[in-house]
Design a protein around this ligand. Structure first.
Ligand code: CA
Length: 225
């Protein structure tokens, strides 16, 4: 499996490279944003580990450019900043997960395994719930006639909710199925993704479809009453 690491701090880049090589990954390191983007665009990487603060181009900008070109390579963001705004911006652009520095390498490796395991599950049956439709073959989502753009992770969460429409999907199930069982994904990451998903599928004035079942999980169904 090939991993691209984009990290400008020489020592951190080297430590990451060594830790990943020891796990038998093939590792390429880029030390500035432009080099990182150009390597990422040559493709062939299974996972991209992306620092946010980089010379040349920020990690956010690299992720944005890749996703705008429909490159769905899993992205794990590294951020020194632990603000909700940064977290939400990174996830909304299309990062699949993030780690706040400093982090343990065991956690990093678990996250890499989790994001790389995930992939689209082709099932050519259209799903429909209260005017919200999803075509798993084309990965197109519509609410009525409005087309909805979702990142890979947003899509994975919505697909799980739609396949269990009307039933509660527990937080543990969502985390397990979307991020993998052995990862210790932060609980607030799931909440951040749900918030983003709501802004995508629920426009002002439209019925809310994602219902919170407090302390348990989420359910996709039209709002009661
Ligand atoms: Ca940096």
């Amino acid at each position: 499996m090939r991993i691209l690491v984009v990290e400008d701090e020489r020592r951190m880049a080297e430590v990451l490279r060594q830790a990943l090589v020891e796990e038998d990954y093939l590792v390429t390191v880029a030390m500035d944003g432009r080099e990182g983007l150009s390597l990422a665009q040559t493709g062939g990487f299974d996972v991209i580990i992306l620092d946010v603060m980089l010379p040349g181009l920020s990690g956010f900008e690299i992720a944005r450019q890749l996703r705008s070109r429909r490159d769905q390579t899993p992205i794990l963001m590294l951020t020194a900043r632990d603000s909700t705004k940064d977290l939400v911006e990174g996830l909304d652009i299309g990062a699949d997960d993030y780690l706040t520095k400093p982090f343990s390498f065991e956690v990093l490796l678990a996250r890499v395994r989790a994001v790389s395991r995930r992939g689209p599950i082709p099932q050519p049956v259209c799903l429909e719930v209260a005017g919200l439709t999803m075509n798993p073959a084309t990965r197109e989502v519509h609410r009525g006639s409005r087309s909805i753009e979702l990142t890979r992770t947003q899509y994975a969460i919505l697909e799980l909710l739609m396949r269990s429409a009307g039933r509660v999907v527990t937080r543990d199930t969502l985390i397990e199925r979307v991020w993998g069982g052995d990862t210790d994904i932060a609980s607030n990451t799931l909440d951040a993704f749900i918030r983003l998903l709501r802004t995508r599928i629920e426009e002002p004035g439209q019925a809310r479809l994602i219902q919170t079942v407090r302390g348990v999980g989420y359910s996709l169904k039209p709002e009661a009453g």
